[in-house]
Design a binder for this molecule. Structure first.
Ligand SMILES: *[C@@H]1O[C@H](CO)[C@@H](O)[C@H](O)[C@H]1NC(C)=O
Ligand SMILES: *[C@@H]1O[C@H](CO)[C@@H](O)[C@H](O)[C@H]1NC(C)=O
Ligand SMILES: *[C@@H]1O[C@H](CO)[C@@H](O)[C@H](O)[C@H]1NC(C)=O
Ligand SMILES: *[C@@H]1O[C@H](CO)[C@@H](O)[C@H](O)[C@H]1NC(C)=O
Ligand SMILES: *[C@@H]1O[C@H](CO)[C@@H](O)[C@H](O)[C@H]1NC(C)=O
Ligand SMILES: *[C@@H]1O[C@H](CO)[C@@H](O)[C@H](O)[C@H]1NC(C)=O
Length: 422
């Protein structure tokens, strides 16, 4: 009994722990004999800082703020070539609109990344134009609950605020107290909060990538600590049940339904590849929702591949693979915690559907449940009616009372009558 009791906390702990999921290296070539459908989610390529530290920083970056650089476009082009190496002739040489669909978040850097990637995946063919134009779809940020992790969702925002106040956050504050003090002095930010640290990392990281010299007080050993701090702070995101459901679950649910549609024939024979051009946070949220936690936040032009294979005995198996380093061919495959290997399509649906927010707007607190609203309105009406009737009756009763005892509608007596009824 004691054993069981001791086990419970460790099991609970496991659900929110940040242990890295086990993975194995796999061959670069896909097993196309069983491959039926692929989803890929990549992070855009090299960019300029997403937010500057000082207004003057604009001078350092000719592309502007948070924009894809030439190097970033080149990284994506190479990622497209890598996808061609993996999938080869399984994807036609010529772009086919029925086979492939590309969706990007509504940022210049992800839209441009998608185009650069497609240029690498679909190089010009010998006929016609020396270019294959490829459609890239997007949707406005306020509507993009699958690819824009900061989309308005009050429930998730409240949960994140609780994370900033958690013990885990306090432990990070303690561990990096020196660094926090150091940067709050350097940038005159009296109460530098943990959530401000990514901006410091981001600026120094971008400068390092572009050989822009750092201030004299900054050096590589301090940067190493900031890098650690950044990765640890990132582990506060998407790690609770609520954040997994409301931030990563939206995309996982969409992917699961598309696989199901493919499996039951409603997507047709030709459809086989769906790409999302998005962010580090998109990959991180999706991984966390699958129960795959990470030590290192996703890097530029890396991608996740979620493949559906149809085995000879008709079983459909889901595989999650990660090309987790920029410009390194190596691919790893994760075992999906909570979905026993081989993870079947049904298994994924059964084990992970608790993260599918079927009514996301309602759970986020963006919309009222109509049944609930109806209940509130009708009960309010009922209460108002009862109150009004009671008051009317009381009034009548008082009047009778007053008349009975005074015989006259006098000015002073009604005061007494009211006192009595209190
Ligand atoms: C895209 O680039 C334009 C400038 O060409 C800029 O005005 C705009 O703010 C950028 N938008 C996004 C969402 O990155
Ligand atoms: C930065 O410097 C390194 C080493 O000198 C070089 O390989 C790299 O191309 C440079 N990067 C940029 C963006 O100039
Ligand atoms: C970086 O700066 C810190 C503080 O000024 C110093 O203690 C450290 O030795 C420096 N490291 C390197 C590699 O220069
Ligand atoms: C296929 O499955 C999806 C949900 O998984 C369902 O909505 C759709 O109606 C099914 N289509 C057919 C043709 O069975
Ligand atoms: C990529 O995966 C390998 C193998 O699991 C791991 O050693 C490495 O740290 C990972 N890199 C990143 C950036 O996550
Ligand atoms: C189908 O084959 C796979 C792999 O050999 C096996 O794990 C699975 O149990 C089989 N499923 C059925 C329904 O026979």
């Amino acid at each position: 009994m004691l054993h069981i009791l001791l086990l419970i906390p460790s099991l609970l702990n496991h659900a929110t722990s940040s242990e890295v999921a086990p993975s194995v290296a796999v061959p670069l070539l896909a097993d196309t004999s069983t491959l039926e459908y692929v989803h890929t989610i990549w992070r855009h390529g090299d960019r300029t800082p997403a937010e500057f530290l000082e207004p003057d920083d604009l001078k350092k970056w000719k592309e502007g703020i948070g924009e894809l650089t030439e190097e970033g476009a080149a990284q994506q082009y190479r990622l497209g070539q890598w996808l061609r190496k993996r999938y080869g002739a399984w994807l036609d040489e010529k772009f086919n609109r029925n086979t492939i669909y590309i969706r990007s978040s509504d940022y210049n850097r992800t839209l441009m990344s998608a185009q650069a990637n497609m240029a690498g995946l679909f190089p010009p063919i010998a006929e016609g134009l020396m270019w294959q134009p490829i459609p890239v779809h997007t949707r406005p940020k306020p509507m993009d609950k699958e690819l824009y992790e900061e989309v308005k969702c009050p429930t998730a925002e409240a949960e994140m605020n609780a994370q900033w106040k958690s013990k885990k956050a306090d432990a990070i504050r303690q561990k990096f107290a020196n660094e926090l003090k150091f940067f709050s002095e350097k940038f005159s930010l009296p109460n530098m909060e943990l959530k401000a640290t990514w901006r410091i990392f981001d600026n120094f990281f971008c400068e390092k990538q572009h050989n822009i010299s750092w201030p004299v007080w900054m050096n590589s050993s301090i940067f190493e600590r900031v890098d650690q701090l950044y990765n640890e702070v990132s582990q506060l995101e998407f790690h609770t049940e609520t954040l997994r459901r409301l931030r990563g679950g939206t995309l996982l649910e969409e992917i699961f339904h598309r696989f199901s549609d493919k499996a039951n024939g409603s997507l047709g024979n030709e459809a086989k590849f769906y790409a999302y051009s998005a962010h580090d946070s998109t990959i991180a949220a999706l991984l966390a929702t699958l129960g795959i936690f990470y030590d290192i936040y996703p890097k530029y032009a890396t991608c996740l591949l979620i493949e559906m294979h149809k085995l000879q005995n008709q079983t459909r198996v889901i595989r999650v693979l990660h090309k987790n380093e920029t410009d390194i061919d190596r691919l790893i495959e994760y075992s999906i915690p909570g979905c026993h290997a081989p993870c079947t399509l049904e298994g994924l649906g059964n084990d992970l559907s608790r993260y599918f927010p079927d009514d996301w707007e309602l759970e986020c607190g963006l919309r009222w449940n109509m049944d609930f609203a109806y209940f509130v309105i009708s009960s309010s009406l009922l209460i108002i009616t009862i109150c009004s009737c009671t008051m009317l009756l009381l009034e009548k009763y008082k009047k009778k009372h007053i008349l009975k005892f005074t015989g006259l509608g006098d000015d002073t007596v009604p005061m007494l009558a009211i006192d009595e009824s209190d």
